[in-house]
Design a binder for this molecule. Structure first.
Ligand code: BGC
Length: 475
């Protein structure tokens, strides 16, 4: 039996600027914390990163037309792209004065960009970069692909963040990135500018990709994750989460002033499951779910903050704008059992059906997470990422089918309003700390020749997108 997705469903693939743009003949890579980090001899020497350079990447900046054509040949009607902040503002915008609107407790809620400041931002921006993005977006639209634009997908301009200094002395430096509330203000200026220049082209906006991962990988598991600035400090991780909540709020308001299109946030909830029957395991699993996503969303959507992590409200900030939708990046299940010797008592169990990344393949998790998210927050959802590191492409075909079937069940059987699905990723790309070793693409990339080769899983996805239907076998 074949079953049908809603007629207006968004079918897409996703990439991010830093992960695909570089590698063409471009001479100067934008100066970001991630670029400095990934190419630093010290960080490479400590084996925190792969040693691969983002500079040898896909070259999407020049080769975008072919890649967008590939997306349209997959019968997609949308594509998720991001913009590199440091391309638009290679120089600091800190001296451009804006009004700052604060809550009564002093949190930054909004910025007021008056005409003069808007003019200065425009003067400061790199208009060659703006025009180039415009060409990319026009090209995509010409091929029938709506633009789902992520304003910020991880790298910070180096004028805002020095990851090495942050690692050594997080408080004692002038460029502390997301630890510093001034980054919220600069982000607001960037969002203001971006939304004013691209408003006619963008159909859907995502302010920040996976704030949860920025905080957890950079500031919680920083000793081992390979993400800048390599810090492991729980209070700091939550300070970053809090700043990211207000950064979203400011950006949301800026974009809304320029665009009538939906604006949202995207997070990455794994399906968290207790690995055994003990009540302690259930308790730490619930706590992991709470810390991983609820803490953040309760703040962002309801303005409710739990400052001592006891799962109870400690403070409330009035006047937050919230979000029009929640984007879910779903990849895996994590099984947790209680172990008093582990941090927070959480022992993460090894995968059972593993990807190249050793992430557990667990299709029904996409349905469970979507249901949980909708029941809790009652907002429309998008799957903004779902995919698998599988260089041999042996597991990806069934991965795609099985996850999409579970997603169909979520929409049709559970009544969850999931509006679209973006596969991660269109092409192999620079997988952060793991460089080019992890292959997520529907198209394989030969990094020395920049050639793309279609994997067989691309046909599986293409057929589902073409028909809007999927084979349903009762298991
Ligand atoms: C990120 C992507 C990344 C993917 C696979 C997501 O967390 O948004 O940038 O490549 O996961 O690790």
């Amino acid at each position: 039996m074949r079953v049908k997705f809603p007629a207006d469903f968004k079918w897409g693939t996703a990439v991010s600027a830093f992960q695909v743009e570089y590698g063409s003949s471009e001479e100067k890579i934008p100066d970001t914390d991630w670029y400095r980090w990934a190419t630093s001899d010290q960080i490479k020497g400590e084996k925190l990163v792969s040693g691969d350079s983002p500079a040898n990447g896909d070259g999407f900046w020049e080769l975008y037309e072919g890649d967008l054509k590939r997306a349209s040949e997959l019968h997609n009607n949308s594509i998720r792209l991001s913009i590199e902040w440091a391309r638009i503002f290679p120089e600091s915008t800190e001296d451009i004065e804006v009004g700052v609107v604060r809550s009564k407790d002093g949190y930054i809620l909004d910025i007021d960009v008056e005409k003069e400041a808007a003019g200065k931002l425009s003067e400061r921006a790199d208009h060659d970069a703006v025009e180039h993005y415009r060409k990319i977006f026009d090209c995509a639209k010409g091929m029938g692909l709506d633009i789902f634009l992520t304003v910020y997908h991880w790298p910070l301009p180096s004028w805002l963040h020095d990851p090495f200094q942050s690692r050594k002395d997080p408080e004692g430096n002038g460029r502390k990135g997301w630890l510093d509330e001034k980054t919220i203000i600069e982000f607001g200026k960037y969002a203001h500018f971006i939304s004013s220049v691209f408003t006619g082209q963008v159909e859907m906006w995502e302010t920040i990709n996976e704030p949860d991962a920025i905080a957890s990988q950079g500031y919680f598991f920083g000793d081992t994750s390979g993400y800048p600035p390599g810090i492991s400090d729980i209070p700091m991780a939550f300070r970053v989460q809090k700043n990211l909540i207000f950064a979203h709020n400011v950006a949301y308001l800026q974009i809304k002033r320029n665009s009538s299109k939906p604006v949202g946030i995207g997070i990455s909830p794994p399906y968290l499951e207790a690995a055994d029957e003990r009540p302690e395991s259930a308790r730490v699993t619930d706590f992991a779910r709470y810390m991983n996503n609820e803490w953040f969303l309760n703040g962002l959507i309801y303005g409710v903050f739990d400052d001592n992590f006891d799962m109870l409200e400690d403070s409330r900030v009035e006047g937050l704008a919230g979000t029009d939708f929640i984007g879910i990046d779903y990849y895996t299940r994590m099984r947790i059992s209680y172990n008093e010797n582990e941090v927070l008592g959480m022992e993460f169990k090894p995968c059972q059906n593993c990807t190249d990344f050793d992430w557990d393949i667990y299709p029904s998790g996409i349905r469970k997470v979507s249901k949980w998210m909708f029941e809790k927050y009652r907002l429309p959802l998008y799957i903004l990422e779902n995919g698998i590191a599988d260089s041999s492409d042996s597991k990806r075909p069934s991965f795609i089918h099985d996850h999409l079937l579970e997603l169909w069940k979520s929409i049709e059987l559970d009544g969850v309003p999931v509006r679209g699905y973006y596969h991660w990723s269109l092409i192999d790309n620079f997988e952060w700390a793991r460089g080019y070793s992890m292959r997520f693409g529907l198209y394989e990339v030969d990094y020395s020749t920049k050639e793309r080769r279609k994997r067989k899983s691309a046909d599986v996805y293409s057929e589902i997108c073409r028909t809007g239907e999927i084979e349903y076998e009762q298991r």
